[in-house]
Write a protein that binds this ligand. Structure first.
Ligand SMILES: *Cc1c(COP(=O)(O)O)cnc(C)c1O
Length: 357
């Protein structure tokens, strides 16, 4: 197989072990003579996978007992409407830190009053606002902990006077999290915990049942809790790969261990961006994401952008072109991205510098 360094933003690189286990289970699951996608989702064998997956989530994130973990369809984008539908009675507060935050906010407007407590839109979302007041009469406060497109991240678990809801699509399982500070944590699996097709929702059970509207069954968290994520047919194969990905993470030493590795990887690349006169980081230093590292050609070297992309491509780098809304470069260095890939990108930037001296 060709050697590539995969910096895709999502779907993205997954642990080799998880992919391999997937291939095996696709051919013959548990010596059943059937593929994992051919068995009944009501079978004992499948129930065991669901239970293992839930147990891994609980163990790795130390999820308290009054929370439920759900595996749903629809992507993180479905949660943009499911959250307000289930929680918003009068007013909700949102922190506008990027495209995804903005999309979440827009959906909520259909269900009640929405207050934007702060926004960094005017500076192309290159920092996370810190001075703002959360209205105490809001039903909840929504944040996006990692802004995938702009490379900014909220690195700590904040205190909120109202229910705190977090889209953690792109930094879930990258560090230990104090789950008890959140009412809901949700995200698409395809950045750090598996393939596209499954959405995780960690939810404190006592926050439900407070809104007066009718909620369609498929959008009602209570129905999915009651059905243990099998009210309807769950996305079985994505859940299987997610389980394997979490097993890999556990074997690696869990969230403290991966946090250390993530700091090392991001540190390596940011150090090169700061050192190399041809490049410049775009996110405010204190808010730099450990998952998505955004940079551009430094002032005076802008014309080299396309050339660097080609140069990097010829050395096996994949997916480093910045999001179409911001341009430049973005290296996504999620949990499963090996340190060797980050080193290869750093080497590539150094070589490019030599050529252009
Ligand atoms: C990718 C992403 C989404 C969208 O996820 P889908 O599963 O495609 O709906 C939402 N929020 C954040 C922070 C993301 O990175």
């Amino acid at each position: 197989m060709k050697t590539t360094h995969n910096f895709n933003a999502g779907p993205c690189v997954l642990p080799k072990e998880a992919v391999k286990a997937g291939i095996e289970a696709l051919q013959d699951f548990n010596n059943s003579g059937m593929s994992v996608i051919e068995i009944s989702h009501r079978s004992k064998d499948w129930e065991a996978v669901m239970n293992e997956c839930r147990a891994l989530w609980k163990e790795l994130l130390q999820i308290p007992d009054d929370y439920e973990i759900l595996f749903l369809g629809g992507g993180a984008s479905m949660q943009f409407c499911m959250v307000p539908m289930n929680l918003l009675e009068k007013k909700a507060a949102y922190l506008d830190t990027g495209v995804w935050a903005k999309k979440a906010l827009k959906e909520a407007k259909a269900f009640g009053e929405v207050v934007t407590v702060a926004s960094s839109a005017e500076s192309t979302y290159n920092f996370v606002p810190k001075e703002y007041t959360i209205p105490v009469d809001a039903d909840y406060f929504h944040i996006t902990t990692n802004n995938t497109i702009y490379g900014t991240e909220i690195h700590t678990d904040m205190d909120s006077p109202v229910l705190l809801v977090a889209d953690m699509s792109s930094d879930i399982m990258s560090r230990p999290v104090d789950v008890s500070k959140y009412a809901i944590i949700y995200g698409g699996a395809q950045k750090n915990v598996g393939p596209a097709g499954v959405t995780f929702v960690i939810i404190r059970k006592d926050i439900l049942g407070r809104v007066s509207r009718h909620i369609p069954s498929m959008l009602d968290y209570r129905i999915h809790i009651e059905g243990e994520s099998m009210y309807n047919t769950p996305p079985v194969f994505p859940i299987f790969i997610m389980t394997q990905t979490l097993k890999w993470l556990k074997n690696l030493g869990g969230l403290k261990a991966i946090q250390k590795i993530n700091r090392e990887k991001a540190g390596l690349l940011y150090a090169e961006i700061d050192r190399n006169p041809l490049f410049r980081g775009t996110a405010a230093k204190e808010d730099r994401s450990l998952m998505n590292i955004c940079f551009v050609m430094a002032q005076g070297h802008e014309s080299l952008e396309a050339e660097f992309l080609d140069f990097a491509k010829s050395r096996g780098m994949v997916g480093i072109k910045g999001h179409r809304s911001v341009g430049g470069f973005r290296a996504s260095v999620y949990n499963a991205c090996p340190k060797e890939s980050v080193q290869a990108l750093v080497d590539c930037m150094r070589e490019f510098e030599k050529i252009h001296k």
